[in-house]
Design a protein around this ligand. Structure first.
Ligand code: SF4
Length: 302
């Protein structure tokens, strides 16, 4: 039983279009974030500690060196790659610097494209134009926008520093240039329930979206939420709760939308809760089993 039998995964989508396996390589280009440096806010989103996503040995290496290192770690032969600019806000710099970073990644012959993760309030017209240009040159390009929830009340509570309207406007600008947008959503944010997750999904789909990333709320060391969790005022989702929520959302997602991720793991040295997020496979195996039993992506109405 494979997840891509029931879900239009990025792996399945890329294989169909490129005729072979494409792997994502995570890049850290030393960006920062306007929600941390005081431009928009300080302290960042309450769930965030970017160190939990970036391998320490990757920091301070050039893009080219990181790509070489990550390829060696994977030990795969004859496959191609997408360079994934993941840590912090990867459009938060002068256009000339961004261009240098992206082009270093695209210069490698076996890199077919880039995925650029960022905040919706951090994407200028120049950046959209630059990414759209790479796409016109035949590169695979994804703009990954962190949204987490479409509820402004929740966005305020988790100190995102932008609202849903901001996400909509950036998505609309990007898609007008035929850029593909992947929206990041978190299941289990404080104060939200299944009705809220469904409403978020419905509003994201109504705005127009090409890809989705779902992941359970991770409570990680160094984040503001770690304090709330330690004080007992925050409950992390159990594995069955997350699986039930994720399966419901996947089944309500139209088939043409590509899932980049249906769960995620955090580094075990910084993860506080839920414990099962130290291993990404437990959720994927269970989600696959449930989709096989009760219906695949798109089998339910949004
Ligand atoms: S989650 Fe992203 S936007 Fe929020 S503080 Fe962390 S790096 Fe910044």
């Amino acid at each position: 039983m494979q997840l891509d039998q029931y879900v239009n995964t990025l792996g399945r989508d890329l294989k169909a279009r490129f005729g072979g396996k494409i792997r994502k390589l995570t890049i850290d280009a030393n960006f920062t974030c306007p929600n941390r440096d005081g431009t928009i806010g300080r302290g960042g989103c309450t769930f965030c500690n970017v160190d939990s996503f970036v391998a320490a040995q990757q920091q301070h290496l050039s893009i080219t060196e990181q790509l070489v290192m990550r390829k060696q770690e994977l030990k795969h032969r004859n496959i191609r790659y997408l360079a994934y600019f993941q840590a912090y806000s990867n459009t938060y710099a002068e256009t000339s610097y961004l261009k240098r970073m992206y082009q270093q990644a695209l210069a490698s012959e076996d890199v077919v494209g880039i995925c650029v993760g960022t905040r919706p309030d951090c994407v200028s017209d120049d950046v959209i134009e630059m990414l759209a240009d790479y796409q016109r040159q035949g590169k695979e390009v994804w703009l990954e926008l962190g949204l987490q929830s479409a509820h402004d009340q929740t966005l305020k509570r988790i100190n995102r520093g932008h609202d849903f309207r901001c996400y909509q406007q950036t998505t609309e600008r990007a898609r007008q240039h035929n850029l593909k947008v992947c929206c990041h959503l978190i299941v289990g944010l404080p104060g939200e329930n299944q009705g809220d997750y469904r409403q978020t999904l419905s509003q994201v789909i109504a705005t127009g979206v090409d890809g989705l990333k779902l992941h359970p709320l991770h409570v990680v060391e160094g984040s503001a939420m770690a304090r709330t969790w330690r004080s007992g005022r925050l409950q992390a989702l159990t594995l069955p709760e997350y699986v039930e929520a994720a399966v419901d959302l996947i089944q309500r997602t139209p088939e043409h939308i590509v899932y980049h991720r249906v769960s995620a793991k955090a580094r075990s040295d910084s993860l506080l809760a839920p414990e099962w997020c130290g291993d990404k496979w437990s959720a994927i195996v269970e989600i696959t089993r449930r989709l096989a039993l009760s219906g695949a992506q798109g089998s339910k109405q949004i």
